[in-house]
Every structure is written in C-alpha cells, then in structure tokens.
Design a protein around this ligand. Structure first.
Ligand code: NAD
Length: 468
C-alpha cells in the first residue's frame, strides 16, 4: 500500500465523516463540510520532508554519498515519533507514507505522539561495524536540529536495532551537552535507559492482535452480527471454523514472512503460546522459506538466526543444527496453505497481481503496508480477515511511550509491568476496532482503523482552533 493509496483512503474516510452528524457536532452542515474539508487537507499534507546526503569513507577507501531522510507528517496529537530504517528500498515517498501511517497509528491507539519516519538508503549487511557507526552518527548530525525528546523521537525499524539507536543517542548527547538526552530516542538498550521488552513488543503485540480476536473477542459475541454483505457472513464462518479448531481439533497453522525483530518474536509467540495449540509451519527471510507441515522448531531457528543473522538456507546447515525443514524460495511463503499468515518483512507483498494465490484465512500486518487496498477488498470478499498494520504492529510504539515516559519520571518499569501495560492498552484499541468493524459499519478493517484515527485527529485540530 503506497503513499497515493494511503492518501486516497484518508480522502474517502473524510468524505464519509462529512455525513456523520454525531461526530463533531457543528451548527450547520455547511460549517461541517468546511471543517472536515480543512482537516482532510491538513492530514493529507506532510509538515516537513528533509533529505540529506551522508558522506562515508568505506574501508576500501572509496567515498560514498548516501541519501537519508527524516519526514515529519503531523504533530497535532503530540511530539513527532517514528522509526529509522536502513534499507536499500528507502525512498522519499516510502518514508513519507510510513510517517503518515505513524500519525494514524498513534491517533488510533490514543498515544500522545504525532507521526514521523526516517530512512537511510543502504543495505546494512554490506557495511562494516565501523561504517554503520559512522552512518548512524552522521544521521544524527544531519537532522540534529529537528530531533529531540520534545520534538521528534526516533526508534528502530527495518534494518536497525538497539545497537544503532545507542550510537545515535551517544551522538545526540555529544551535540547537545548538558541537555536531557535519554528521551531523545526509544528502543535503546536496557543498560542505556531503554525499556525492558521493547525489542519483543512489536512481535508480541502483532500476535496478540490475532489471538485476542479469536480467543477473547469472538467468544464474547452472543450472536452472528446482522450484515448486509456476503463478506461479513463468510468472515464470521471463518472465525467460527478457526475458533472450533482452536478449542477442539487444533493445532492452528501459522506462517511468518520475515524473521527479524517482529517476525522472529511473533513466530516464537505462536510456537510457545500456552493459551492454545499453534504450529508454525513456515517462516521466511529475504533469502529462503523454510517449511515443515508438522511444525518447525522455532527455538532452534531463533538460536541459529541470533548467531548467523539469517535463517539457515542449505541442507547442510539444517542438518548441522538438527532442524527439519524443506527449503523453498522466499516468495513461496505468500501462497502457503496455512490458517494464519503474519507479515513481518517489507511493504507491497500482496497486490492485485498475486492476491488470488493467498490461502491463509487470517492475515496479520506486523510489517507496514504489506497488503494493497485492492487485495484488502478482494480478500475480505473471500471471507478472509485482514488485521491492518496501524492496529496490529503498535506494540512497539506503546512500549516506546513507556520508555519515553520513564526517561521523564526517572523511574524504571519491570518487563512484566511494561508488557502487561502494553497488552492492556492494545486490547482496548483492538476491542474498539473489532466492535465497530464486525458489528456496525461495513468497510474494510483498514477503513475502520483510519476512521477512528481521523476522528481523533480532526477533533484535536478543531479544538486547537486549526480548522477555519
Ligand atoms: P528486521 O530488519 O529486524 O527484520 C526484517 C526481516 O524481514 C528479516 O528477516 C529480513 O531478512 C526479512 N526481509 C527483508 N526483505 C525481505 C524480502 N524481500 N522478502 C522476505 N523477507 C524479507 O525488521 P523488523 O524490525 O522486524 O521490521 C519488520 C517490519 O515490521 C517492517 O515493515 C517494519 O516497518 C515493521 N515494524 C517494525 C517495528 C519494530 O518495532 N521493529 C514496529 C512497527 C512496524
């Protein structure tokens, strides 16, 4: 789902909100039209896009100029907040799209942050430790004037981790001597005032968004919702089928695309879920898909990946580690015959070109923007349930908020406290979305999430006197 699709969806939601008198009661329909028009224009426009070039001398002596970005989309609901990714797919439009998604995600979950995102156009695997350190420090130097604990607070994302964030904090501190620095970034190591459980939080939250739906929300529904569309009936049948499997027949098959911070943890959650029987039958990274219909040993795969930074992709390596799996190509994961598919890699994985190949009943977007708008509609009509990114992958930003908060109150929370708080906050939002999506308005779940987020953002813009 690219920037133009995101903006089009915002436009469609704003159009619908114009008809909803109960939301933002105003004196006349003319005034309502004007106010919502104005909010739509603000939210479709990005506050600031900064592009810079980072100069790095490579180990071999060559000098490289690498494009780097920081995009600040909107801060009506709080300081700008969003990850920094190191990836060879980084472009201005991708980073802007991800910044818009951050504004919507924070608004949907009621977090006191706006939306931002950063990116550096490199494949981090091709750079040495010293080169990555240099790139990280130069990123902070380039964008120093725009970052800070009460301005814009980055975090890790694709291709970055706590080691890189720790380097960035170190550089921020050097540039701003004597100033409070620990709230300037989240996703730091625990020793460096990071939050316990931050690394696991997005993967845990992603798995929770599916498990909560099937194991807590669905069993509380007394009767099938009244619905005008065939899609909702088919989806209800899907939930009934999976819930029965969950309770009686089991196990539920799970496939996970991407085996990094998000996917690796989500797979481990499924593998070790004590609430119900799950079986992880396929996992992938950018080099390989591993399949075992009787269930993969995710603990061994996690240990291997920790050591080698990738999944084993030869028969010899699998044999060495006593891991039973068939080797397939990375893209094969998309058409895996599974109950649940968790996306935890990159954008644009299911589009109109391959949407008919998807067999999973529930698709969970741990990654940002893996399913296009056309595919969303098509799959929903087939009775599949798609849990969108801004809902499913917010565990990380919930814990980031607690990390930022602990830097202000100079108090450390335990891992249990943090994950408990994150789970409770996520469940509140999940319930609000599932109630509205399944029981009232008939849209895609992405539309429902955008609508809830845009209602909050429009109310804030209105209360702040910005809509004239
Ligand atoms: P990561 O770098 O730790 O892991 C990415 C994984 O995806 C790796 O296993 C990599 O090999 C795999 N991958 C990369 N390109 C691929 C391709 N073309 N095909 C298949 N697999 C591929 O990144 P991460 O932090 O786990 O982030 C994954 C996704 O989740 C991203 O879309 C990111 O924006 C999103 N996300 C991350 C966080 C977070 O807290 N880390 C929060 C919200 C959303």
């Amino acid at each position: 789902m690219d920037r133009s699709q995101t903006k089009e969806l915002i436009e469609n939601v704003m159009k619908e909100l114009k008809e909803q008198g109960e939301f933002l009661p105003l004196d006349s329909s003319k005034e309502r039209e004007k106010v919502l028009e104005s909010a739509g224009e603000i939210l479709k426009t990005t506050d600031k896009i900064i592009k810079s070039y980072i100069r790095v001398s490579r180990e071999g002596g060559a000098i490289e100029r690498i494009p780097a970005y920081r995009v600040q989309h909107n801060n009506i609901s709080g300081f700008y907040k969003g990850g920094i990714r190191f990836s060879e797919d980084v472009s201005e439009s991708e980073v802007e799209n991800l910044a818009i998604l951050m504004t919507l995600k924070n608004a949907l979950h009621g977090l006191p942050f706006g939306g931002a995102k950063g990116g550096v156009d490199i494949d981090p695997r091709n750079y040495t430790e010293r080169e990555l350190n240099l790139i990280s420090k130069k990123y902070v130097q380039r964008f120093a004037l725009n970052l800070g604990p009460t301005q814009d607070i980055p975090a890790p994302d694709l291709g970055t981790d706590e080691r890189i964030i720790d380097w960035m904090v170190g550089e921020y501190k050097t540039i701003h001597p004597g100033q409070a620095y620990s709230g300037s970034f989240t996703g730091k190591s625990v020793e460096n005032s990071g939050a316990q459980g931050r690394r696991e939080s997005t993967g845990i939250g992603t798995f929770l968004s599916y498990l909560y739906m099937l194991n807590e929300w669905f069993p509380q529904q007394k009767q099938r919702p009244k619905s005008k569309t065939g899609a909702r009936h088919l989806q209800w049948d899907t939930l009934e089928k999976l819930h029965t499997k969950f309770n009686e027949a089991g196990p539920i098959d799970v496939a996970v695309q991407g085996f990094g911070n998000v996917g690796g943890v989500a797979a481990l959650e499924a593998y070790s879920s004590s609430v119900a029987k799950h079986r992880v039958t396929a996992v992938s990274d950018q080099f390989v898909t591993l399949v075992n219909h009787n269930g993969l040993n995710v603990e061994k795969l996690t240990a291997y990946t920790k050591k080698n930074n990738r999944l084993p992709n030869t028969k010899e390596r699998l044999l060495d580690w006593k891991i039973e799996a068939d080797i397939k190509s990375p893209i094969d994961i998309i058409q895996m015959d599974t109950d649940v598919m968790i996306f935890a890699a990159i954008a644009d994985q299911v589009t109109k070109e391959n949407m008919k190949d998807v067999k999973a009943d529930i698709l969970v977007e741990g990654a940002n923007a893996p399913v296009s708008v056309e595919a969303d509609l098509y799959l929903q009509d087939q009775g599949k349930v798609i849990i969108p990114d801004i809902l499913a992958n917010a565990g990380g930003v919930h814990v980031s908020y607690l990390e930022w908060k602990q830097s202000r109150v100079t108090e450390m929370y335990s891992k249990e406290e943090i994950l408990q708080e994150m789970g409770n906050q996520m469940k509140d939002t999940l319930k609000r979305v599932y109630d509205e999506y399944f029981l009232s308005k008939e849209h895609t779940m992405r539309f429902t999430c955008y609508s809830l987020a845009l209602r909050r953002l429009t109310s804030l813009l209105h209360k702040h006197g910005k809509l004239f």
